[in-house]
Design a protein around this ligand. Sequence first.
Ligand code: NAP
Length: 293
Amino acid sequence: MAQIIDGKKIAREIEKELSLELEYLKKHNVQPGLAVILVGENPASQSYVRMKGKACERLGLFSKTIKLPATIPQSALLIEIEKLKHNPLVHGILVQLPLPKHIDEKVILAAVSPEKDVDGFHPMNKGKLMAGEDTFIPCTPAGIQEMLVRSGFSPEGKHVVVVGRSQIVGLPVALLLMHKKTGANATVTVCHTGSGDLTPFTRQADILIAAVGKPAVITADMVREGCIIIDVGSNRIADPTTEKGYRFTGDVAYESVSQKVRAITPVPGGVGPMTIVMLLKNTIKAARLQTNL
Ligand code: NAP
């Protein structure tokens, strides 16, 4: 049976470290603040935003959620972002994705000021990540790197296979882990829908990162013994045995894969809590940069 990489526990450890930074900022009368913009009523987005707010509250960050109707014109959304850019209580701005179809995501993400872009999705910050420069690293990739390093599975010198090449997970985690840096320096292979049969790639992985968004795409025959599995997937599936009638499952067939590999992240309780704590970390970093502390 595989070792379980407990994202929740690692996230709590990081929270403790962050609380020391918060103490320091408090002494200088600075309370890091995060503003989250939620457009529409997507239940998954609502739940993510709630979790982010709760995490801020737990640690003592200022947070505010701006809820806007799904019908909001793009121009009005841009005005909301502009207001937050000039709000001194807000050090980090996050626009919850996805946005309604009539809004151009690229325009919105580029409107967030790079120094308040705690999600790391502004084109300038994406470029810095590509160049290996200091920036706001997108929260899920940053969380994956932290959990690997902190659980003793540093990617250095390892072959990492990423399944998925999205702008928010697959592509940035691949870039992050291939840099010539401590906690990275991996050989990275990225698979996607154009890769054909995934198995020849996935079976070569020392570390396999599944960021596909489809339940149980990665099965036991696709991984080798000794592999470390990071399951990013968060797929809502019907389950009449639960109170809510659904539950969340990853991209990896957990029951069978966990019998074979060395270590695996659970869903929920793996990458999710790490993503949230990295958002807090980025918000604190933004506050420090904006106040020169
Ligand atoms: P996405 O934007 O839909 O991207 C999915 C990627 O997987 C795409 O690159 C796609 O390839 C690839 N793909 C889809 N089906 C495939 C297949 N059968 N074989 C190979 N590649 C395939 O999704 P995302 O935003 O990266 O999210 C992925 C999953 O992670 C979702 O379940 C999401 O909910 C979850 N997630 C979790 C967290 C967290 O904190 N836990 C954070 C973010 C996302 P193409 O590029 O060729 O289309």
